[in-house]
Design a protein around this ligand. Sequence first.
Ligand code: CTP
Ligand code: CA
Length: 229
Amino acid sequence: RAAGHEVADLTGKHVLISAGGTREHLDPVRFLGNSSSGKQGYALARIAAARGAKVTLVAANSELPDPAGVQVVPVVSAQDLYDEITGRAADADAIVMAAAVADFRPADVVEHKIKKTADGAVPAVNLVQNPDILHTISHDRARPDQVIVGFAAETGDTDHTILELGRAKLERKGCDLLVVNDVSGGKVFGSDLNEAVILDRSGSALPVPSGSKDALAGVIWNLVATHWS
Ligand code: CTP
Ligand code: CA
């Protein structure tokens, strides 16, 4: 049941999902953003609803249509997303952080459009760090039986493999499952296909071969359901 459409096995569960990419405004018309399409988070919402869950999707700047039967809560910035996710966490049996959250935001948001000056001076952009939503909800659990899932897009570096970085990230964040994507060479972003390794807190690693985002969503919900039972 890889795509998971057949069974209503998530009936009675409330799942909270974030999707898309946050925007951190510099002025009313300009922002620091990222190119997350939101497709994986929307697939998670669609599949969970199809399997009988009550679904709340906190969506950051995605152009995708609202999935049928899903409550969609639009947000713009990482702080908005933090407020919506932490405010709704106590009501959720599972939380999946599929959104690409900006690590930093401009220290000051200017009320009016930033203008060029006659002397050609270039403005500096000072950044401050955004709150870490996944870390917060994992370390301050609203419920003991809640299952929390993170995503990590990694490229590996000279000292560590992608899986080593993923394992360290799972420990640091304190979540139950971490879906690790290899994004070296521009893979995944905006694609309809996804390939991942899902790390479990207990130490296991489940490779998910390249397939649709719906198929990966189905595998993620299967693992979440295993944690509940
Ligand atoms: N995340 C979050 N809040 C943030 C940043 C990230 O909740 N401020 C979540 C993402 O939604 C994702 C997971 O944390 O599920 C991992 O995101 P990632 O950017 O890989 O983690 P970081 O801790 O920001 O690490 P890095 O320095 O590698 O960006
Ligand atoms: Ca980050």
